[in-house]
Design a protein around this ligand. Structure first.
Ligand SMILES: Nc1ncnc2c1ncn2[C@@H]1O[C@H](COP(=O)(O)OP(=O)(O)OP(=O)(O)O)[C@@H](O)[C@H]1O
Length: 771
C-alpha cells in the first residue's frame, strides 16, 4: 500500500514538472505575441501599404493572444505512452520548444487521435493512456488506463491510479453553461468529430449522448484541419433557441475558436428578430414546403394587369394604354426570369414608353378637336405624333413622365418595388390573397393575422424565400464588387509581402496570403469573416452545423441549404425528441430533396447525462409513443430514485429549495467551482408564466431556472422538477416527445410534481405525498 502511494506521489510530482514546463512554454508564446502586438502598433502607417501591414500584424497577434489566453485552463490534459517508451502530451493547442520540436500536441492533430480511440481490445500501439487533472496550474489527479500491462515497467505499474476520468467529469455539478470535453472524448464521438468535411453527416442519438458537445468539437476540429477554406467562408451553428445558444456559447471559445457564427432560425434574416411565437397549427402551415409556392404566387399577384385599359389623367390629358399592351409587357418582364425587383426596371422602362406613346396619342386627339375649327388644307393634314416619336424622344418623355407622381402611382400599382418584409406582411394580413394562392390542403386560415404583427421564427424562412424571389437592387453593389476585385490583386500582393517580410507565416499563425488579404481588403474596418457573414443574407458558409435539427421545418431547411451551397453540413438531432409539429419525422424526408441520398449517418448510443434510474422512466415514455425506438444506454447508475410528488404548484419554492440543498454543496464542491449545481423547473407552455412568477431570478446561470419544454431542449440540470406532466402530454400533438425531453434533462435527480393526476406512462415513479 505504501508503495502504491509513493508511486502515485512520484507520478504526480513528475507530471507536475512536465506540466509546469509546458505552462512555461505557453507564457513564452504569450510574451512573444504581446511583443509582436506592441511592435505592430508601433509601426509606421504613413502609406496605405504600411497601414495594411500594421492592421494585418496587429489583428493576427491579437487573435493569437486571445487564443493563448483561452487555453490557460486545462492546457494539458492527457498523455499517451507507446510500446517504444515514447510519451506524448496532449493539450488544447500545440506548443513547440526552442528547437521547434513539438512538446504538446493539439488534440485535433492526427498524432493525438490514439488518445481518443485506443481501447483495451484495440490499443493501436499504446500501452497507456493517462488523464491529467489540473486545478489552475497544479496537477491534482491522474487517471490511467493500461492497455498492455506487460509492456510497462514495475515502477509504472505501481502508479496506476484513480477512477475513470470520464465518470469524474460526468459527476460534476452543472454550472448553467456547457463545458468542453476535450479530455474525455469517447471513441464513437471522435468518429463524429473527425469525419470528413465533405458532404452531409447526420449525427443521430438519444438524449445526453453528447451530440451537441461532439458537434461543437467537430467545428473546432474542422477549423483546425481546414483553416484555409473555413476561415474565409466561416462556420455557422444553427441552434433551436437563444437560451440554447447561450448555454453552448462558451464551448468554442474555450477551445480557442471565437469566429463561429451562432444563430437560431429566427435570427437568420439580417435585420429581423423573430420575437413572437406561432401556434402549432400555424407553425405546421408555415413550415410546409408548399409555402414556397404560396410566396411565389403571392408575388405574381403583385405583378398586376389592370382590369381594363390603363388610364392615367395627366395635366388634363387621358393617357390610355390598352389592356392587351399591359398584359404583353408583364409577360415580357416575367420572361426574362430575373428576380422581381430587377425585372421591374425593364417593366417600368417599357411601360413608360407606352405611356409616352399614349401621351402623344392623347395630345394628337386634343389637337384634332381644335383642328375642326381651322380651315387650312396644310394644317388639316392627318397628324401622327405617335409615329413621329423616335427612341430619343421616347427616352426623354419617359424620364419626364417618371417624375410625375400620378404616373409613378400607376406604375407602382402594377409592378411595385417590394421588400421581403412588405410582401410577407401583406400576404399574411390578407385572407383573400392567402385563399387564392394556397394549394388545396394547406391550412391557410391558420396564417391570417393583423398587418404589422411581430415576426415569428416561422416567418423567417418565408422572408428568405421572398428575398430570393425579389432580388436586391444591386447594381451599385455589383459595381463596387468589380472595383473591389481590381483592388483585390493589389491587397493580396501586399499581404504576401507582409507575410514574407515579417516572418509571421513561419510562426504558423496563418498560411495563406489570400486569407489575410480577404480579412483586410474590403473597408479597412477590421470586420472578421463572422461579422461579414452575419450581415449578409446571401453569405455562403464553408460548413453549417444544425443542432436539434429535428425541429427545423422543410421551409427552414430551404433557408439553411441556401447558406451552404457546397452542402458541407453536420446535422445533429434525435427524431424521438421532435417537439415542433412542423419538424422532421425522418432524415431522408428533410435531406433527400437537397442531397438525394448523399448523406451519411453516425449513431451515438451511450447516454452520458442521465443515470440509469431516470432513464428507465424516460424509456417508459419513449415506448408509449415510439415503441420501435431504443433509448440510449446510460453510462452511470446509482443516482437518487426519481419520484413523483403530489403538491400544489404554489408551494413549489419549498420543494425546489429542498432539491437545491440535495445537489448544491456537493455538486459545487465536486465541480471545484463556486455556485455549481442547478435546478431546472420544466413546465407546459401554458403554465410557464404562473410558475416563473414563483422564482424571480430565472436566468440560465441562476440556481433555479423555469423553462418550457421548448426552452429546455438541449439543456441539462443537476436536478429537474417537471411540473404538470399531463399538461405537457396534452399541450401539442408532439406531447409524448415533449415529456421525453423533459424527463431526460437531469444529471442526478428527477421529481415530477402533480396536483392529482399522473399520466399512466409515469406509473413507475414511486408515489410520495411529501418530500
Ligand atoms: N465524452 C464526454 N466527456 C465528458 N462529458 C461528456 C462527454 N460526452 C458527453 N458529455 C456530457 O454529457 C452531457 C450531454 O451532452 P450533450 O448535451 O451534447 O448531449 P445531446 O446528445 O446533445 O443531448 P440532447 O439530445 O438531450 O440535447 C453534457 O453534459 C456533456 O458535457
Amino acid at each position: 500500500m505504501a508503495n502504491r502511494q509513493d508511486g502515485f506521489a512520484q507520478a504526480l510530482d513528475s507530471e507536475q514538472r512536465a506540466v509546469s514546463w509546458l505552462y512555461g512554454r505557453l507564457d513564452a508564446a504569450r510574451q512573444r505575441a504581446e511583443e509582436a502586438l506592441r511592435t505592430a502598433y508601433g509601426r509606421e502607417t504613413g502609406t496605405r501599404q504600411a497601414m495594411v501591414e500594421r492592421e494585418a500584424m496587429a489583428s493576427e497577434q491579437a487573435r493569437r493572444l486571445a487564443q493563448l489566453n483561452a487555453v490557460e485552463r486545462g492546457l494539458c490534459f492527457g498523455r499517451i505512452d507507446d510500446g517504444s517508451g515514447q510519451s506524448t502530451y496532449i493539450g488544447r493547442i500545440g506548443l513547440r520548444d526552442e528547437e521547434h520540436e513539438s512538446v504538446l500536441i493539439d488534440w485535433r492533430a492526427p498524432a493525438a487521435r490514439p488518445f481518443y480511440v485506443a481501447t483495451a481490445t484495440d490499443p493501436g500501439g499504446l500501452v497507456r493512456r493517462r488523464h491529467l487533472h489540473l486545478k489552475d496550474r497544479t496537477v491534482v489527479g491522474i487517471d490511467d488506463e493500461v492497455f498492455d500491462l506487460d509492456g510497462m515497467s514495475d515502477g509504472d505499474r505501481r502508479t496506476l491510479v484513480g477512477e475513470a476520468a470520464l465518470l469524474a467529469a460526468l459527476r460534476r455539478g452543472r454550472t448553467g453553461r456547457m463545458g468542453d470535453v476535450v479530455a474525455t472524448i469517447q471513441t464513437e464521438q471522435d468518429r463524429v468529430i473527425r469525419s470528413s468535411l465533405q458532404g452531409a453527416l447526420v449525427v443521430q442519438g438519444g438524449p445526453g449522448t453528447g451530440k451537441t458537445v461532439a458537434a461543437l468539437h467537430r467545428a473546432a476540429y474542422l477549423l483546425y484541419t481546414h483553416r484555409d477554406t473555413l476561415e474565409r467562408r466561416g462556420v455557422l451553428v444553427v441552434g433551436p433557441n437563444p437560451m440554447f445558444l447561450r448555454y453552448i456559447s462558451q464551448v468554442l471559445p474555450a477551445l480557442g475558436e471565437t469566429q463561429v457564427v451562432m444563430a437560431t432560425v429566427g435570427e437568420m434574416f439580417p435585420g429581423v428578430r423573430a420575437r413572437a411565437a406561432d401556434s402549432p397549427a400555424a407553425a405546421v402551415a408555415k413550415g410546409d414546403p408548399r409555402m414556397a409556392e404560396v410566396v411565389a404566387r403571392a408575388l405574381e399577384l403583385r405583378q398586376a394587369v389592370p382590369g381594363a385599359d390603363l388610364v392615367v389623367e395627366l395635366d388634363g390629358l387621358r393617357l390610355r394604354v390598352p389592356y392587351e399592351v399591359c398584359a404583353r409587357l408583364r409577360e415580357r418582364a416575367r420572361a426574362v426570369r430575373l428576380p422581381h425587383n430587377m425585372a421591374r426596371k425593364l417593366y417600368v422602362s417599357e411601360l413608360l414608353k407606352e405611356l409616352a406613346r399614349a401621351e402623344a396619342r392623347a395630345l394628337e386627339e386634343s389637337l384634332h378637336i381644335e383642328e375642326l375649327e381651322v380651315d387650312d388644307p396644310e394644317l388639316s393634314e392627318p397628324l401622327d405624333l405617335e409615329a413621329d416619336l423616335d427612341e430619343i424622344d421616347l427616352e426623354l418623355a419617359s424620364r419626364r413622365l417618371w417624375g410625375e407622381p400620378e404616373i409613378r402611382r400607376a406604375v407602382d400599382g402594377l409592378w411595385p418595388e417590394l421588400t421581403p418584409q412588405r410582401l410577407i406582411d401583406d400576404l399574411l394580413a390578407s385572407a383573400e390573397t392567402l385563399r387564392s394562392v394556397a394549394p388545396p390542403g394547406l391550412a391557410w386560415q391558420e396564417l391570417v393575422r393583423p398587418p404589422g404583427s411581430a415576426w415569428t421564427p416561422g416567418d423567417v424562412p418565408l422572408l428568405d424565400e421572398a428575398a430570393e424571389l425579389l432580388g436586391e437592387e444591386d447594381s451599385a453593389r455589383r459595381l463596387a464588387a468589380r472595383e473591389a476585385e481590381q483592388e483585390w490583386a493589389e491587397h493580396e500582393r501586399y499581404a504576401r509581402e507582409v507575410l514574407e517580410s515579417t516572418g509571421v507565416a513561419e510562426q504558423g499563425i496563418f498560411e495563406r496570403a489570400d486569407v489575410l488579404a480577404e480579412r483586410h481588403a474590403d473597408d479597412g474596418s477590421g470586420l472578421t469573416t463572422a461579422d461579414r457573414a452575419v450581415a449578409d443574407r446571401s453569405w455562403a458558409y464553408g460548413h453549417v452545423i444544425v443542432d436539434e435539427a429535428q425541429e427545423l421545418s422543410p421551409m427552414a431547411w430551404r433557408m439553411v441549404m441556401r447558406r451552404v451551397p457546397a452542402k458541407s453540413l453536420t446535422v445533429v438531432g434525435d427524431l424521438a425528441q421532435t417537439g415542433s409539429a412542423a419538424g422532421a419525422r425522418s432524415w431522408g424526408e428533410v435531406l433527400d430533396p437537397y442531397l438525394e441520398g448523399r448523406w451519411r449517418v453516425e449513431r451515438l448510443l451511450v447516454n452520458y447525462r442521465t443515470p440509469v434510474e431516470i432513464m428507465r422512466v424516460a424509456a417508459d415514455v419513449l415506448r408509449a409513443f415510439a415503441p420501435e425506438q431504443e433509448p440510449p444506454e446510460s453510462v452511470r447508475s446509482g443516482g437518487a430514485e426519481p419520484r413523483a410528488v403530489r403538491h400544489a404548484v404554489a408551494d413549489l419554492p419549498a420543494l425546489v429549495k429542498a432539491e437545491l440543498a440535495e445537489i448544491g454543496p456537493e455538486a459545487g464542491a465536486e465541480a471545484g467551482e463556486i455556485g455549481a449545481g442547478r435546478v431546472g423547473v420544466v413546465t407546459p407552455d401554458a403554465r410557464h408564466a404562473e410558475v416563473a412568477r414563483l422564482f424571480p431570478e430565472g436566468d440560465l446561470e441562476a440556481p433555479v431556472v423555469v423553462l418550457t419544454v421548448g426552452q429546455a431542449k438541449g439543456l441539462e440540470f443537476d436536478a429537474v422538477v417537471v411540473v404538470d406532466a399531463q399538461g405537457i402530454l396534452d399541450q401539442s400533438p408532439m406531447g409524448g416527445q415533449d415529456l421525453y425531453v423533459a424527463v431526460t434533462r437531469a444529471t442526478r435527480r428527477l421529481t415530477v410534481v402533480h396536483e392529482g393526476g399522473l399520466p399512466d406512462v409515469l406509473s413507475r415513479l414511486a408515489e410520495k405525498s411529501t418530500w
